[in-house]
Design a protein around this ligand. Structure first.
Ligand code: BG6
Length: 513
């Protein structure tokens, strides 16, 4: 079935409005503002919010970085907004928004610079009526997170300034990676919590900004028909794939330290998994949701090495173009042991999921870009329409496609029209683009808005980050202790044999829709 024929016609009428969700007047202060993220994602997202009238009237953005960009910053951001696409070509509106963008240069270890920043922000409050409310966004390399927070604390910027109105707030969005293993995550939490309350901290995972990820709990808990089947009695296995066809795109030094497990599996994929596996929370409030997500991560059994697979791409062809191998990438060790493919089989030891394998994988330079959750149901108990040697039943498959072409597909057996009972697998499909039109949002809109509103539901909490690192760190250590013959897959393929064997051993294979 094409487009949105899965009975979603009411969805438009039922869209919950965001009325009343307008944040307080505030300044968004972006540290690391000269980086790509600010121009490509953050400013376009803020402008999208502005266009939807979701920003406060009294609002300003202050970019902070080391270089003096005071002349070029605002025009550069305007350019980023226009290139980001999806904006109405309205010079007046855009011009008005760009007027709210300021820039401040300081080194991150310069006390005098921080003191001046404090005065600069206070001056902005006076000019823009932002009332002392601050959302600091740390879009800097992770080694600066704790120092910046500490220095802001030292200069009295982590709490509302004296004389600020009651209810004034200071919040922090912290980019990933949040730690590189369990010890570093614990240390980072400790350092940051020494200055900030947990309710001030918003650890961002941009996957939680994706519509199709936010829709997972909606699909499960806003519909009556899925939840009764969402357990070990009906589900055979769950797969989560985060496949990319791109390589490391010039980020050699970063990726050499990261690898696929740290870069995507430990955070993005584990966030998605928690939404798929969690129990219904008693409300959709941040604290209730976080408790349920944490329970899932804690219930995952330690992963034996044989339930993991890793790989590194060699030269190959992607989309018909020659692609170099990982070890030939710029600023990558020619004998690198860094994995560009990571997969594992997880067991969630709780009542709902006992015995249901969760297979997860993340990788660069695979055949195509696809992120999805594939839920395969158990077969019907009896092959009523089969004949000897010819089974007519297959497993139903529900696919939650996160990107590209986000949507949902349900595969089931259907009688082929004609005088005999032949059964063919068909798909019912819901497509976001077909139903709601193509969206120009980049996912940061919702997260920035929620942080301005103080809603941490779609952000990681300290304990959750530690729980996922606790699970992943022993795997990283075991991998480090065991050298691998790399490369073990060609760019443009579906990864190494050992990735396929992880499921092959269980009589299954990876599925993408
Ligand atoms: C980032 C990783 O967190 O997520 C990148 O550092 C990866 O390596 C990216 O490419 C994937 O995000 P998306 O939204 O393109 O799936």
């Amino acid at each position: 079935m094409a487009g949105s024929e899965m009975g979603v016609t009411q969805a438009k009428a039922e869209t919950v409005t965001d009325a009343g969700r307008k944040p307080d007047p505030c300044i968004v202060v972006i540290f690391g503002a000269s980086g790509d993220l600010t121009k490509r994602k953050l400013l376009p997202a803020l402008y999208h919010l502005d266009q939807q009238n979701l920003l406060p009237e009294n609002f300003s953005v202050v970019g902070v970085a080391r270089r003096d960009l005071s002349k070029t910053f605002a025009p550069d951001m305007k350019d980023g907004i226009l290139k980001g696409g999806g904006v109405e070509e309205n010079e007046e509106k855009l011009g008005k928004f760009v007027e709210k963008i300021e820039y401040f240069a300081t080194n991150f270890d310069d006390d005098a610079g921080f003191e001046k920043l404090k005065a600069f922000l206070a001056e902005q409050d006076g000019k823009s009526g932002t009332k002392g409310n601050r959302l600091f966004y740390l879009a800097v390399a992770p080694e600066f997170f704790a120092d910046i927070v500490e220095r802001l604390g030292k200069h009295g910027m982590t709490k509302p300034a004296e004389g600020a109105e009651n209810g004034a707030w200071v919040r922090f969005i912290i980019e990933k990676p949040f730690g590189t293993d369990l010890d570093s995550a614990i240390k980072l939490n400790k350092d940051i919590n020494a200055v900030l309350g947990e309710d001030q901290i918003f650890r961002i995972d941009h996957y939680l900004g994706k519509e199709a990820v936010q829709n997972i709990p909606v699909l499960r808990f806003a519909n009556g028909m899925f939840e009764p089947l969402w357990n070990r009695d009906y589900i055979d296995n769950v797969q989560i794939t985060a496949a990319e066809s791109i390589g490391i795109e010039g980020r050699g030094p970063f990726y050499e330290q990261a690898g696929a497990l740290r870069d995507v599996l430990q955070n993005h994929v584990m966030e998605v998994l928690s939404f798929v596996a969690m129990e219904p929370p008693d409300s959709f409030e941040s604290s209730a949701v976080r408790v349920e997500k944490l329970k899932v991560w804690k219930a995952i059994e330690a992963v034996p090495l044989e339930n993991t697979a890793r790989g590194q791409y060699g030269p190959g062809k992607v989309d018909g173009q020659d692609a170099i191998g990982y070890r030939q990438e710029d600023r990558v060790n020619p004998e690198s042991q860094t994995e560009t493919y990571a997969a594992m089989k997880l067991s969630i030891d709780n009542w709902r999921w006992a015995g249901v394998p969760f297979y997860i994988r993340a990788a660069k330079r695979l055949t195509e870009r696809v992120t999805e959750v594939v839920i395969t149901f158990k077969k019907a108990p009896l092959d009523l329409f089969g004949a000897p040697g010819k089974s007519q039943i297959e497993q139903n498959v529900l696919t939650l496609r996160i990107q590209p072409d986000d949507g949902i597909k349900l595969q089931f057996g259907n009688k082929v029209p004609g005088p005999v009972t032949d059964i063919k697998q068909v798909k019912m499909e819901f497509s976001y683009a077909a139903e709601f039109g193509k969206s120009s949002a980049n996912g940061y809109e919702r997260l920035l808005l929620d942080a301005m509103l103080g809603d941490g539901t779609l952000f990681a909490e300290g304990a959750g980050v530690e729980a996922t690192w606790k699970l992943m760190t022993p795997i990283l250590e075991a991998w480090k202790a065991q050298q691998k013959e790399f490369p073990n897959y060609a760019a443009g393929t579906w990864g190494p044999d050992e990735g396929a064997e992880l499921l092959g051993r269980d009589g299954r294979e990876w599925k993408v829709s």
